[in-house]
Design a protein around this ligand. Structure first.
Ligand SMILES: [Zn+2]
Length: 494
């Protein structure tokens, strides 16, 4: 029989400490499409909905698209976004049903101006429409903060199993295939959730090294293979810059039926993540230490990549912190590239000065000077672009990124990508679209925490991580949390 399945992508990772609200314009800058326009909008991309479409084709579903929405992380999501995106999905649930099943592709760390647990709210409202019996599968970013409401209203939870996240499509396919088994009545999935008082854990979910995350993923693979009742095990590292009671790592075991052994598995996995809570595979360097190490690093086979991790727009930071750039300029670094500084005012000044102009500007530090004041710099405008390109790297392949009007500003030996919009620097195209070949530089700085590794590590000599104390700092005690349960690791539990 042909099953009717409702689907949507509505995602945001909300940094509740950010001063920048998340508006519809932020979604328009990344992914925003509705209804029948969605298949064309997502074609050829790595978005989850492509995985849902693959499954629909294979399983013969009649699929109803509603919304595809993804925006760069920033502050709480505006009501206009919720009304339009959640509205499109819930209206379809109400008016185009009945449906046999739902695949909802989410991030899992969305906070709106009205709802701290936005995904829990969305699922609650969905259940009120479709009732308790229609199976609902959700996919999550592995940095989701999974809440009691999400576990209660979703029947199947599948988070990514990679960080850098390069398995969006297969994650959605996995969730869809379990949903199919639920719709046929072969299984009755129930989510069993475990959490501990932790703000961080599982080595932030990195899957590029041997760590508690990859060890537990291997254990999950083994259990899924051995026990037919274990439909899937989902590990979430959590998203810490969210001032919210249910923040932090979690384990969700989707079992066939409610059974104590599934809850025990979830609890055992969380116990291991608690035991391993101090594990961190990153060495966070100061700006000066990173620059010293980069300039002395032996070899010439590709650039040293310096990650400006704490100013990562992908974690909601402003992308205009100047600490690392100032350090590189003061150290007289040559043959380097810096991607990016988000500063629309300065980009406009540079563009109006024109290619070849020598000009003095105040760059960066416009949103919060606590993360580095604007830098007074004299340099040359090298290139001007519209700032749009189709990403080719494993993280965002097929998705068009929009830096907005962009100028390459050369200061000393550093080509700085001055952008008008905040985009995490995960793609080589951030540089190559403007004629800069990062592989030919000695040092390349990127405002990204870990996702840059997917495209940049293969061309690099080595990678260095800087925590310069910007908004996405790992020094959690600097963040003004008010809503956390206490005690919680690492703020007041060792
Ligand atoms: Zn993530």
């Amino acid at each position: 029989m042909t099953y009717r399945v409702l689907t949507a992508l509505f995602a945001h990772e909300t940094n509740t400490f950010s001063r920048q609200p998340t508006t519809l314009a932020n979604y328009e800058d990344y992914v925003l499409a509705f209804g029948d326009a969605i298949p064309d909008a997502i074609a050829g991309s790595v978005l989850e909905l492509v995985g849902v479409e693959n499954a629909a084709k294979e399983l013969g579903w009649d699929l109803t698209h509603t919304v595809a929405a993804w925006a760069t992380p920033s502050g709480p999501v505006a009501r206009e976004v919720w009304d339009k995106c959640a509205g499109a999905f819930l209206d379809a649930a109400k008016n185009q049903g009945p449906f046999d099943g739902v695949v909802l592709t989410l991030h899992g760390a969305m906070t709106t101006v009205d709802y701290a647990d936005a995904e829990g709210e969305l699922l609650t409202q969905l259940r009120a429409i479709i009732g308790p019996d229609v199976p609902v599968a959700i996919t999550l970013d592995l940095h989701a903060n999974v809440t009691r409401l999400m576990a209660e209203h979703a029947d199947i939870i599948c988070a990514y199993r990679t960080y850098p996240h390069i398995d969006q499509v297969t994650t959605a396919e996995r969730a869809s295939h379990i949903l199919q088994r639920a719709m046929t009545g072969e299984v009755s999935p129930v989510v069993h959730l475990a959490r501990r008082p932790m703000l961080i854990g599982l080595d932030h979910g990195r899957t590029t090294t041997d760590n508690p995350m990859t060890q537990l993923l291997a254990r999950a693979d083994g259990l899924e293979a051995q026990d037919d009742g274990v439909l899937t095990i989902s590990l979430q590292a959590g998203f810490s810059p969210a001032d919210f009671a249910e923040v932090g790592p979690s384990v969700a075991v989707t079992g066939n039926g409610r059974d104590a052994r599934f809850q025990t598995t979830a609890d055992d996995f969380m116990e291991y993540s608690w035991e391993q809570r101090h594990f961190d595979s990153n060495e966070y360097l100061s700006v000066d230490a990173a620059i010293a190490k980069a300039t002395e690093f032996p070899g010439s086979n590709g650039p040293v990549i310096i990650s400006d991790a704490s100013d990562n727009p992908g974690a909601g930071a402003y992308g205009d912190s100047t600490f690392l750039l100032a350090g590189m300029i003061n150290a007289g670094i040559k043959n380097a590239a810096f991607g990016t500084i988000c500063d629309p005012e300065t980009a406009a000044e540079l563009i109006s000065a024109g290619v070849g102009a020598s000009i003095s500007v105040h760059l960066g530090g416009k949103i919060d000077a606590a993360y580095g004041p604007p830098l007074e710099l004299l340099g040359e405008v090298i290139t001007i672009t519209k700032g749009s390109y189709v990403a080719q790297g494993p993280r965002w392949r097929g998705v068009t990124q929009h830096l907005g009007p962009t100028a390459i500003f050369r200061v000393g030996g550093i080509d700085i990508v001055v952008a008008s919009k905040r985009v995490q620097c995960t793609e080589l195209e951030t540089f190559t679209h403007a004629g800069i070949d990062p592989a030919k530089k000695d040092i390349v700085a990127v405002k990204s925490m870990h996702h840059f590794r997917a495209a940049f590590e293969p061309i690099s000599r080595t990678v260095l991580i800087v925590d310069s104390g910007a908004l996405a700092t790992k020094e959690y005690s600097r963040l003004p949390y008010k809503n956390l349960p206490h005690p919680i690791f690492p703020l007041d539990l060792d």
